[in-house]
Write a protein that binds this ligand. Structure first.
Ligand code: S3P
Length: 441
């Protein structure tokens, strides 16, 4: 089968209830926590994507047994000191920044050097942001070009607790340091700009020695060395980042409505909902509930005739960081000029996404101005596309692919989008759900 997709038509109106797959951040964290627990952890609705499979392969390399079935994944943890650090271990994080960065926090006590590699996209990303703080624990690193993969980590048996200030709003940096703190005697203190907090919530649920105090936009986190902890039986909620594609498709399409079931609506993840509501999109959160510290709801969205432009508050950047590409599509149809600021972190993702966001908009005929790390998008409520648009050479970034599909189905035009396989990274059944919506009537 060709690895590109051709879309020549807008989607017809639909009214549907859908389920998207398990949350990627929580799935990867579940695998890592389960690998440290003592006993058999079980997860339902684990995201079966390449990033999560890479996490499973990584813990297997560390001597942890896994039984992966469609309905349930079992991980046979051997306790917090249960990893087997054989000689010449190579861990392949493939496309996953989350896996590559978080696992380094757990490897700080390795007794043999471990090599970390990744795919072409991950090998271009910054790992100095992780090796710098972890070095303070007494760990040594060798990195390609001093900041990239492949890298080798040389662990220490004499780890020293650190004080770390995380200013980017990066949950990956924060979590890597929490994991290293969990391996280190004494008190590790982190002052972190607010970002997704799934690691902290799992620590709390497992009664691990971690304390958090919130001071304005920062969290002060204190973590101590962990003892053994119980296995983690977990039902992974659906991913808000995957849901965002359908929220936007529905908002931009005519006479449509969608309900997305059982989605994780953790406050640190729902920037997309806050932003789109400010832009006039009709979104309701129904059936809200709590699950092991995480919030869950069903998300209902209706087509929106009038879309307002937004001057997006930058304090929403972290909680919407993976959704800006689709948010830009909404801005493309808004009345007026939208403004998104301080988005330098977007260019640190699987591809330089601020650049790609702008490229897609320009190909659609939307005017933009990018200045430093901010973008102005000149919305056109009457936007209809007739031209041919080719999207390729974007480092196979799953979210660039899916955003392009949503743009094609929302605005029309003749789209030729390469690398459909990229969805396997985070959302393997994305195109299946799209097809179900197409055949809804
Ligand atoms: C993630 C954190 C974010 C996000 C990524 C997943 C996580 O990255 O973009 O997709 O699970 O911790 P940063 O921490 O680098 O912002």
């Amino acid at each position: 089968m060709s690895n590109k997709i051709i879309i020549n038509q807008k989607i017809n109106p639909y009214k549907k209830e859908i389920i998207v797959s398990g949350d990627k951040s929580i799935s990867i964290r579940w695998v890592l926590f389960a690998s440290l627990a003592k006993g058999v952890s079980k997860a339902k609705n684990l995201l079966m994507s390449e990033d999560v499979l890479a996490a499973i392969e990584s813990i297997k390399k560390l001597g942890i047994k896994v039984n992966l079935k469609k309905k349930e994944c079992k991980i046979y943890g051997k306790g917090s000191n249960g990893y087997k650090y054989k000689k010449n271990i190579i861990i392949n994080a493939k496309n996953s920044g989350t896996l590559g960065r978080l696992i380094l926090g757990l490897l700080v006590n390795t007794t043999s050097p471990i090599k970390l590699i990744g795919d072409k996209s991950l090998s271009k990303r910054d790992f100095k942001r992780i090796s710098d703080p972890l070095s303070k624990f007494g760990v040594k690193f060798k990195l390609k070009n001093k900041k990239n993969l492949p890298l080798t980590i040389y662990g220490s048996q004499n780890l020293k607790p650190v004080t770390y200030i995380e200013k980017r709003g990066s949950a990956q940096c924060k979590s890597a340091v929490i994991f290293a703190g969990m391996r280190t005697k004494g008190l590790t203190t982190i002052k972190a700009k607010k970002s997704r907090n799934h690691t902290e919530l799992l620590c709390k649920y497992l009664s691990l020695p971690l304390k958090i105090k919130t001071i304005k936009n920062f969290d002060k986190i204190e973590v101590k060395k962990i003892n053994q902890f119980k296995p983690l039986i977990y039902n992974i909620p659906s991913d808000i980042s995957s849901s965002a594609f359908f929220i936007v498709l529905t908002a931009l399409s005519k006479k449509s409505e969608i309900t997305i079931k059982d989605v994780n609506i953790n406050d640190s993840r729902i920037g997309v909902i806050t932003i789109l509501k400010k832009m006039g999109i009709k979104i309701l959160l129904k059936n809200k509930r709590n699950y092991k510290g995480e919030k869950i709801a069903d998300i209902n969205v209706k087509s929106s005739r009038k879309i307002k432009s937004i001057n997006c508050p930058k304090n929403l950047n972290s909680s919407a960081i993976d959704e800006f590409l689709v948010i830009f599509l909404v801005a493309a149809k808004a009345q007026g000029i939208s403004y998104f600021k301080n988005l330098g972190e977007l260019n640190q993702k699987e591809s330089p996404r601020l650049k790609w966001g702008e490229k897609i908009l320009n190909k659609m005929g939307i005017k933009t101005i990018v200045y430093k790390n901010s973008i102005k998008i000149f919305g056109n409520p009457k936007l209809v596309i007739n031209r041919k648009i080719v999207i390729k050479d974007y480092l196979k970034d799953h979210r660039v692919f899916m955003t392009s599909v949503i743009a094609a189905l929302s605005f029309g035009g003749r789209w030729n989008i390469h690398d459909r396989d990229s969805v396997k990274t985070s959302f393997p059944n994305f195109l299946q759900i799209i097809n179900n919506l197409k055949n809804a009537n």
